[in-house]
Design a protein. Structure first.
Length: 154
């Protein structure tokens, strides 16, 4: 069944909006630390990676996954700058740099992952024998043909 171009474009728009929401949530929460453990980075990476995998698995469309990733990256870039009051959401620290490259890497991995749906199916059916048995051949119970291997001809 072919999907029309209108529904495909609408799915890309919806994926971009969903990716944007996850990108904003991850970007705001990425700096949360619980002692030495970067809980915000871990939760944000799991959430963003999960939505990318879900969109790729449910739509079987790299375009929708790319739209979601661009929504994430777009919102990350949009709210990473200095705000009107001078506040900065993504600081120029190790955590901020890791978050920026982590989201870009997740998007790249999800979009570039190969599609296993189009691989050929391999069957392990036994090959049929087309040659006729000769006078020196004997058949076994399972139908295999044994030949004389001494090299003598009759």
């Amino acid at each position: 069944m072919r999907i029309g171009w209108i529904s495909r474009v609408l799915s890309w728009i919806a994926a971009a909006l969903v990716g944007g929401v996850f990108g904003v949530a991850g970007t705001i929460g990425h700096s949360l630390m619980w002692g030495p453990v970067p809980v915000g980075l871990l939760v944000g990476a799991i959430a963003c990676g999960s939505i990318l995998v879900a969109i790729r698995a449910l739509t079987h469309d790299r375009g929708a996954t790319l739209a979601s990733g661009l929504g994430m990256l777009g919102m990350l870039v949009l709210i990473s700058g200095v705000g009107p009051g001078g506040s900065v959401v993504v600081q120029d620290s190790l955590s901020g740099r890791i978050w920026t490259y982590l989201v870009a890497g997740l998007v790249l991995l999800a979009v570039a992952w190969p599609s296993f749906r189009r691989l050929p199916v391999r069957t392990d059916a036994p090959a049929e024998r087309t040659e006729a048995p000769d006078a020196t051949a004997t058949a076994t119970r399972d139908g295999a043909i044994l030949r004389d291997r001494t090299g003598s001809e009759t």
